[in-house]
Design a protein around this ligand. Structure first.
Ligand code: NAP
Length: 344
């Protein structure tokens, strides 16, 4: 097969899985990284099977025109975007790279007659700022996040909006498909701890002082990667795709961790997951860093609801259960030394 896929943010937690699956399917891959000559940051990529069909090139989202030089590209996965909850300057550190990177990528694609499809990794955070009791569908947009309220959410919403606006304004030859994953967990290819899997490391390492009424919607990184590839390969794929498996609460997560035999010494014990505890935790959230605080206030005591029928019907994706993904995440956190192993 001589099809070449450009994958931006190739070092990332999700992107490495996508590249692994693309190489296994025989594609040629051009992966963009921030430092092409840093073996320590790129070693997990160059160790993948099929790496003779992988070329790494340098690109920073804030560079002027970082993606143009690659004319030998047929399709694109745009995955690079800063995924950080607490930053010093949300405009500079989150919104600028997310929006400028997406626009640079689409402009480069529009100049390249070979490109037929661009798949952008957006997020559920572009659908909603907080669970509000309604069932989310692909028609929903986050209208509440700002530079001070869930700024990461704001950056992803602005970037996805910019992508659809570009398509409407420029009417390029390629088409755009967007994947909107919820919290991505699962095994990592490198020691770097992803923001989402850190939830479990934090629970086991004593960073959660109490059990809170938090309800997460999880999706396995291997399924997210497969969804992106299905979006490239399915000619009829269109629009946005909510990409998630199922909800799992903090209480359920702690019960699973205990059931699997992980050390319980640092796990939170005090249960403040009732209505009074939630009110107390919302007050306490003002003592947290601003990104964590606004996230807690918009998510405590709320349960995400969503409709995943479109991705299942159009792209044929089936999702691993949250329990099996969390089990694999925990084992992987042990493998990389982030948490202590199961007690023998
Ligand atoms: P990740 O491991 O932090 O990967 C992010 C990637 O973006 C990294 O390769 C990073 O490069 C790159 N990047 C960040 N800022 C950049 C810049 N200024 N220039 C060039 N590259 C830059 O996060 P991830 O979980 O794999 O996320 C991948 C995509 O999925 C992101 O678009 C994220 O918003 C989205 N997403 C993630 C989740 C989740 O729960 N993980 C959920 C929904 C959507 P470096 O390695 O050099 O930092």
């Amino acid at each position: 097969m001589s099809t070449t896929i450009l994958v931006t943010g190739a070092t990332g937690f999700v992107a490495v899985h996508a590249i692994e699956q693309l190489l296994a399917k025989g594609y040629n891959v051009i992966g963009t990284v921030r430092d092409q000559h840093d073996p320590a940051r790129n070693a997990h990529l160059t160790a993948l099977p099929g790496t003779e069909r992988l070329k790494l090139v340098q690109a920073d989202l804030l560079d002027p025109d970082p993606f143009s030089p690659h004319s030998d590209v047929d399709q694109i996965l745009h995955m690079a975007s800063p995924y950080v909850i607490n930053v010093k300057n949300p405009q500079r550190d989150l919104v600028d790279p997310a929006v400028m990177g997406t626009l640079s990528l689409l402009q480069a694609a529009a100049r390249n007659p070979r490109v037929t499809r661009v798949v952008v990794t957006s997020s559920m955070v572009a659908l909603t700022d907080e669970p509000d009791g309604r069932v989310l569908t692909e028609a929903d947009w986050n209208t509440k996040s700002t530079l001070t309220r869930n700024p990461y959410y704001f950056s992803k919403t602005r970037a996805e909006r910019a992508a659809w606006d570009f398509m409407a304004r420029e009417n390029p030859r390629f088409d755009l498909v967007v994947i909107n994953p919820f919290l991505v967990i699962g095994p990592a290819h490198s020691k770097a701890l992803s923001t989402s899997s850190a939830i479990f490391a934090d629970m086991l390492n004593g960073k959660y002082p109490v059990i809170m009424d938090l309800n997460w919607a999880f999706v396995d990184v291997r399924d997210v990667a497969a969804a992106h590839i299905a979006a490239l390969e399915t000619p009829t794929a269109n629009g946005r795709y909510i990409c998630t498996s199922e909800n799992y609460s903090m209480r359920q997560s702690i019960d699973l961790i205990k059931r699997l035999g992980y050390p319980t010494r640092k796990l939170p014990k005090l249960d403040l997951s009732g209505p009074i505890g939630t009110a107390l935790m919302k007050l306490a959230s003002y003592t947290q860093r601003s990104g964590t605080g606004s996230h807690l206030r918009s998510h405590l005591g709320r349960t995400p609801l969503y409709d995943t029928s479109k991705i299942k019907a159009d792209l044929g994706i089936t999702f691993r259960s949250a329990e099996s993904s969390i089990t694999d995440t925990l084992a992987d956190l042990v493998k990389w030394g982030h948490v202590p192993p199961i007690l023998s």
